[in-house]
Ligand binder design. Structure first.
Ligand SMILES: *Cc1c(COP(=O)(O)O)cnc(C)c1O
Length: 405
């Protein structure tokens, strides 16, 4: 008889966004006359920029010609894209990343889940709390997280680093030493980030403890403040302790197009063993590459026209973030985030739990957000709103929320 991976059976209940979606659908069905505004899931809404669409069209036409046809892509991704990444995302920031340290993929979600496959089964992971759920769940599937305790909402082998109001929603260095540390700045869900000096402390800590940092920089394009690192490799010594994940989803609207990349520096080693060839082996064995058309679209992200158009898109979302943050703050809500990230982290009203507040907003003003507790126990009593809606809907949603206070 075949058996299943029993780690899957340990995973707690339904996925956060499916519960949010279900409640929203039920509300819509019961209230067909109400206009529901979604400030919940982290998906973009602006159409893909013209320079990118043009590059995709061109690549589509090429594929229909004998000379322009492309089959399987090279294992690490096309050189034209990896060169553009090395130049614009690294060299331009004073960081040297070799093109064979860059692995093109179909996105950061899958990379953040897959990367743990090249790590030993006994590594202890540390995560921020609240956290992007993929880091924990993918390690749970691999049997690395111990047992789940539904009362506390925690796995007994995971080191949770609470991100609380008193530390600006950033984690402190953990007391127990982890082997692998997941960091995401600017952060989803809190919208918080840390300065480059603070990030340097994490890099120094990881090098000292021989720990690995998995650095998720999916929201790098939203950084507006000067003293925030755009890549972890701006910190001294990061190449010996950090893997960086990047995505084209949030900066270029590729959520439905699918493109990302992961940087595994050649200097990064566990003892004598370099991680770069292990990830290359994994990539080559299990992945046949992002489509040519999409990699050409990715290249256009770095063109002059593409950069200018995307700057406007990011500014559009960040203006929404400002509307949310300033609107709610002026009404008396306690809010953070929204300066270097398209997320606003808000305290619920009157001591409500996150889910009570979710139901309250849905039923009173037909606004959908995301309960903070869905991202981890320290998210309880908080709520996430995203700036990815349209400007008009964002303004209307905030006007409705102001009436509740
Ligand atoms: C949206 C997001 C990603 C990007 O995922 P893709 O698979 O590239 O779309 C990665 N990490 C975090 C924290 C995110 O919020």
């Amino acid at each position: 008889m075949f058996t299943v991976n029993e780690n899957y059976l340990k995973l707690p209940g339904s996925y956060l966004f499916s519960t949010v979606g279900k409640k929203e659908r039920e509300y819509r069905a019961a209230n067909p006359d109400k206009k529901v505004i979604k400030l919940s899931i982290g998906d973009v809404t602006q159409p893909i920029a013209p320079a990118i669409i043009e590059a995709m069209h061109k690549a589509v036409d090429e594929m229909g010609t004998a000379e322009g046809f492309h089959g399987y892509a090279p294992d690490l991704g096309y050189e034209f894209l990896r060169s553009a990444i090395a130049k614009s995302d690294y060299k331009a920031r004073g960081v040297d990343i070799d093109i064979d340290e860059i692995f093109v993929s179909d996105g950061a979600k899958s990379d953040s889940a897959n990367i743990q496959e090249i790590l030993g089964p006994d590594n202890i992971i540390a995560v921020g709390d609240p956290v992007y759920p993929v880091y924990v769940d993918s390690n749970a599937m691999a049997g690395r997280t111990g047992e789940y305790d539904s009362a506390s909402g925690m796995w007994n082998k995971v080191i949770y680093m609470p991100c609380l109001e008193e530390n600006g929603f950033a984690p402190k260095l953990p007391e127990k030493t982890p082997d692998v540390i997941y960091l995401c700045f600017p952060n989803n869900p809190t919208g918080a980030t840390i300065t480059k000096d603070e990030l340097q402390k994490w890099v120094d800590y990881a090098n000292e403890k021989k720990a690995l940092i998995i650095y998720d920089a999916a929201y790098e394009a939203y950084i507006s403040e000067e003293n925030v690192a755009h890549t972890i490799y701006e910190c001294d010594g990061a190449k010996t302790c950090a893997i960086e994940l990047k995505s084209f989803s949030k900066n270029a609207g590729f959520t439905g197009v699918r493109l990302g990349y992961t940087v595994v520096p050649k200097e990064l080693k566990s003892g004598d063993v370099a991680l770069n060839p292990l990830w290359a082996r994994r990539h080559g064995t299990k992945y046949n590459g992002a489509p040519y058309i999409i990699q050409r679209a990715g290249e256009a992200v770095y063109s002059e026209a593409g950069k200018a158009e995307l700057k406007k898109q990011v500014a559009y979302y960040m203006n929404n973030a400002k509307v949310i943050k300033e609107g709610l703050a002026s009404a008396g809500y306690s809010v953070s985030g929204g300066v270097n990230a398209p997320y606003i982290w808000l305290k619920t009203l009157n001591g409500m739990t996150s889910w009570e507040f979710f139901d309250y907003l849905l039923n009173e003003v037909s606004v959908v957000g995301t309960p903070g507790s869905g991202f981890g126990p320290s998210g309880e009593g908080y709520f996430r709103l995203t700036a990815f809606g349209t400007y008009e809907n964002t303004v209307e949603a905030i006007d409705r929320l102001k009436k509740l206070i």
